[in-house]
Ligand binder design. Structure first.
Ligand SMILES: Nc1ncnc2c1ncn2[C@@H]1O[C@H](COP(=O)(O)OP(=O)(O)O)[C@@H](O)[C@H]1O
Ligand SMILES: [Mg+2]
Length: 340
């Protein structure tokens, strides 16, 4: 794994939006975030990608001063999360799970309430609300009650609300979980717009590989409270140094056959996914023939570049995907307008 250097030379600090040092959160015996260190630059869209239970929400909660760390330090836009929680509050926006919209209020009233709570000056309030509604394309629904909105519209309204006080840093905890593919793509495009237009630092957690891959400038793969790899999406995939080969087999492979395949020096990993054998292979075109001979009844062959799931598998021996993610991914892959 690439070592992470912490350059503390003067001047560099000013480009840093977030600095995390040995941040730890324990719940009794469980260490949810484990001596984690990380620097995030201004204007980055930074992804925390890992399976459920990896510690993503706990990390975000500490940075958003919703939870106090057990040990370690972090600054957000120069403000210490333990020593200056109020200053942190003022410079962040957040969209967490289990939204907190008032369903009885209209979209506009929800925004007005938040703007007042955050002390957005009266003379710019209405202007900011109009801009935020525009960004998430809810202008025409501004006077409808939030309680009548779909899940996707609610999420969009929550994003709009988080922007009203012009935060330097925006935290998004699983921003598209449970949303349909089209809504998900919409939200991605708002997030990209924001990072470009406002130079806002955006930190999002996700267990969707595609989301991290398409959206983020850099990704930290998180497992059991630790960063196991950190790079750009392409950088992470290049580390696999291999192709992904999917073999559609007539019947499931035996354990003995898998063991034989694993012995090949050009095979980096093997797994089975819904009747398909998925391998990461060095120079697939050269070695494919040997694999086909062993596997036998192969009905389909696909050779693809490695995905973040394989990278995660290589670093942790486990996969990011779980059952719920699997079902969601299926919907994404078969959704309209998705060509990968
Ligand atoms: N308030 C809490 N009390 C006890 N355990 C918790 C609490 N919050 C999270 N955990 C545990 O910490 C681990 C990390 O959880 P979480 O940060 O929610 O993971 P993720 O967001 O990556 O799914 C999990 O094992 C979870 O059960
Ligand atoms: Mg979470």
């Amino acid at each position: 794994m690439k070592s992470i250097s912490y350059d503390t030379a003067p001047g560099r600090e000013t480009h840093m939006s977030i600095q995390i040092r040995n941040l730890t959160k324990s719940f009794g015996k469980l260490t949810a975030v484990d001596r984690l260190s990380l620097d995030i630059e201004k204007g980055e869209i930074f992804g925390l990608l890992g399976p459920n239970g990896a510690g993503k929400t706990t990390l975000l909660s500490m940075l958003a001063v919703l939870m106090t760390p057990t040990s370690g330090t972090a600054t957000v836009d120069g403000n210490d999360i333990v020593k200056a929680p109020l200053a942190v509050r003022k410079c962040i926006g957040m969209v967490f799970q289990g939204g907190s919209l008032d369903n009885l209020l209209t979209a506009r009233e929800n925004l007005q309430l938040h703007a007042k709570l955050y002390g957005v000056p009266m003379e710019v309030r209405e202007q900011r609300i109009a801009e935020a509604l525009e960004l998430v394309e809810l202008t025409s629904r501004a006077n409808d009650r939030a309680g009548n909105f779909s899940g996707g519209m609610k999420r969009r309204l929550e994003i709009a609300r988080a922007l009203l006080h012009r935060p330097a840093v925006l935290f998004l905890d699983e921003p598209t979980v449970g949303l349909d593919p089209q809504t998900r793509e919409h939200i991605w495009s708002y997030i990209k717009k924001l990072a470009r237009a406002e130079e806002m630092t955006i930190i999002l957690t996700t267990h969707y590989m595609e989301e991290a891959d398409l959206l983020c400038d850099r990704i930290a793969l998180i497992d059991r409270g630790k960063i196991v790899a950190l790079d750009t999406p392409d950088g992470l995939k290049r580390r696999m140094g291999g192709d992904r080969v999917k073999l559609g087999c007539a019947k499931a492979c035996s354990a003995a056959m898998l063991a034989r395949i694993k012995k090949f020096p050009f095979v980096k990993s093997v797994s089975q996914e819904d009747g398909q054998l998925v391998l990461v292979v060095n120079n697939a075109p050269k070695h494919l023939q040997k694999l086909l001979k062993i596997v036998g009844d192969v009905e389909e062959v696909h050779v693809l570049p490695a995905s973040l799931n394989e990278v995660f598998l290589q670093y942790t021996g486990r996969e990011i995907r779980d059952e719920s993610a699997e079902a969601d991914m299926q919907a994404m892959v078969s959704g309209p307008g998705r060509h990968r």
